[in-house]
Design a protein around this ligand. Structure first.
Ligand code: IPD
Ligand code: CA
Ligand code: CA
Length: 261
């Protein structure tokens, strides 16, 4: 793809994610009547997730009809030009009224994430990164933190399809090293907060591409280290990923087989 092709998509993504986030935030404020379904154990979906994804799909298809889309709610498959969409990341928070959730978009060309956007409409924070061009919050450059380990804090992301052993091993290593932890409930936004230096690292266990693809690029572009998502396995397979400041990443490397290329 040419640089112009990528730039056009990156700019359009800013418009689309702001529109989607604004629509989702309207549902968040009026969430009392939302129809909710259970997709699995501790895994909810509401009409807000489906409508937000439909809006994103419609806009992207109108702008770039030959691009493929993989979305959490609508599905999809690997393709050479692929938008990866999580319409609401943090649905459990959203439905409880906890204002920590996000809309996440990533664009993958020929098996490489080229840009990523994560939007927190409640706080009007749009995190964005383009490969090789840095990471930004609302247009201002952001960097990962460089705190000593004993001041560090790592974000966790868990889902109930993952066995508990790896989570407990990561927690054991952090506690032994006096590193603090959070489980904020939106993997995409947790990774964005690492890119912004608010947290020092993040680990997501057996997670989907739409939860973390963008966050991994945000962290790399903000100066941190990130384990690869593209490791030869199918994109739709869940895997454990880790990213952040080098000493945090070193402390957790190897948990659940997480490797750095
Ligand atoms: C979930 C959130 C959560 C993480 C789960 C994800 P969803 O995404 O990112 O923080 O722990 O693994 O599935 O279902 O709210 O889009
Ligand atoms: Ca998600
Ligand atoms: Ca979701």
């Amino acid at each position: 793809m040419t640089d112009d092709d990528l730039r056009a998509r990156y700019e359009a993504a800013h418009v689309v994610i702001r529109e989607a986030g604004t629509a989702a935030a309207r549902c968040f404020r009026e969430r009392e009547g939302l129809a909710v379904e259970h997709k699995g154990l501790q895994d909810l979906v509401s009409v807000a997730d489906r409508e937000t994804e439909a809006l994103i799909r419609a806009r992207l298809a109108a702008f770039f009809p030959s691009d493929a889309i993989l979305g959490e709610e609508g599905g999809g498959a690997e393709a050479s030009r692929l938008w990866v969409v999580d319409p609401i990341d943090g649905t459990a928070n959203f439905l409880r009224g906890i204002p920590f959730w996000s809309v996440a978009l990533a664009f993958v060309a020929e098996g490489r994430t080229e840009f990523a956007l994560t939007f927190d409409p409640v706080h009007d924070e749009l995190f964005a990164a383009r490969r090789g061009r840095g990471a930004f919050r609302n247009g201002r450059p952001i960097r990962t933190a460089a705190r000593p380990l004993q001041l560090a804090c790592v974000g966790f992301s868990h889902n109930f399809k993952a066995p508990p052993e790896a989570y407990l091993e990561a927690m054991r290593r952090l506690l032994a090293a006096s590193v603090d932890h959070r489980r904020l409930g939106s993997a995409a936004l947790t990774f964005a907060h690492v890119a912004d230096g608010r947290l020092d690292g993040a680990i997501a266990f057996r997670t989907n591409a739409w939860d973390v693809l963008g966050g991994l690029l945000l962290i790399e572009e903000a100066g941190g280290r990130a384990s690869p998502f593209f490791d030869g396995r199918p994109l739709l397979e869940r895997r454990t990923v880790l990213a952040g400041a080098p000493d945090v990443v070193a402390l957790l490397a190897g948990v659940d087989g997480v490797r750095f290329s």
